[in-house]
Design a binder for this molecule. Structure first.
Ligand SMILES: [Cu+2]
Length: 325
């Protein structure tokens, strides 16, 4: 019996309101743990499956990946068989390593599992929200649950002007955040394991610029040292880790091939005139007020994805930068 049928039956029979109220939780919708996220940044889609099909256990969960959620990789689940269907995107999207993505995972199916109606579970896929997505845009993740008895199809999308709460089986919604709801200028922080990264920023680049630098502070609260070994960003063909040194009175930069060690209990600041992230072969200028997505990878395997706010050209110590390539 569908929810609207229940409601019709209930009202037709003048059943007490308490019946509807107590029945409602059984119809909790499939949803995303994080329902709003920035475009031009990585996103981990955590789909929450709150119940089975009217009492029957869920044995298959299938998700349609919405346009604009690119480079998607599903997380395997013990006890579930994982299958993906790839296909073309509606257009080409800028991605890490200077690549453009024109196709990728469009559908994910976890099957052969057993999620009891009275239990709850999460199904996860990691990817990148294309920077071409408009702030305020809605991405709908259509989800199908298949059970031994019946199935639930969370595929409804509200029509123009329709209240999504009126939908009986809405698809899970992800809103692309407007720029105003992003991190305050000059702050970009994230914690991964024992590492915390804060105070990140980059600066606006003139048209035709080939390189840009990124700055941030990495704190290691753990008992073992870790090393920043690489950086990637969708705005440049490649990322490197650099230091500045004074040779014969001239400031030069050099690549730190071994990365930057963050000592246990210590912190390292990447700042103008010193160590920095270098974005090489820029594909686009960085515009003041925007953000640059970066992905840092550490020797331990930890990765941190954050967004560096773009400060104005010539900001904070730019004159000492003297980037020579
Ligand atoms: Cu450099």
């Amino acid at each position: 019996m569908t929810l609207s049928n229940v409601l019709k039956t209930a009202s037709a029979a003048f059943m007490p309101l308490v019946f509807i109220a107590s029945a409602a939780p059984a119809f909790a919708h499939v949803s995303l743990e994080r329902g709003e996220a920035q475009g031009g940044a990585s996103y981990k889609a955590v789909l929450k499956i709150p119940h089975g099909c009217d009492g029957s256990p869920t044995q298959t969960v299938r998700v349609e990946i919405p346009e604009g959620f690119i480079g998607v990789k599903p997380m395997p689940k013990p006890g579930w068989k994982l299958e993906t269907v790839r296909g073309p995107y509606a257009k080409s999207y800028a991605f890490y390593h200077g690549k453009s993505l024109t196709e990728g995972v469009k559908q994910i199916t976890w099957s052969g599992g057993e999620l009891a109606d009275e239990h709850y579970d999460e199904f996860v896929a990691s990817g990148f929200l294309a920077k071409e997505l408009e702030p305020g845009a809605s991405l709908y993740f259509k989800v199908t649950q298949v059970c031994p008895k019946g199935e639930l199809r969370w595929v409804e999308v509200p029509a123009e002007g329709q209240n999504p709460h009126d939908l009986e089986a809405p698809a899970a919604l992800l809103k692309i955040a407007s720029d105003e709801t992003g991190a305050a200028p000059g702050t970009a922080s994230i914690t991964v394991g024992t590492l915390s990264i804060e105070g990140g920023w980059t600066r606006a680049t003139p048209h035709g610029a080939k390189v840009a630098a990124g700055y941030l502070t990495i704190r290691n609260t753990g008992s073992e040292a870790d090393t920043l070994v690489s950086v990637e960003t969708p705005i440049a063909a490649r990322g490197e880790i650099h230091d500045m040194t004074m040779t014969d009175g001239v400031m030069r930069m050099r690549r730190l091939a071994d990365g930057i060690e963050i000592p246990a209990g210590g912190s390292v600041a990447l700042k103008p005139g010193g160590m920095h992230l270098m974005f090489i072969d820029l594909k686009q200028p960085s515009v003041e007020g925007g953000k640059v997505a970066v992905k840092l990878t550490f020797k331990s395997g930890a990765t941190a994805e954050l967004e560096l706010p773009i400060r104005k050209l010539g900001a904070a110590g730019d004159s000492s930068g003297g980037h020579q390539h």
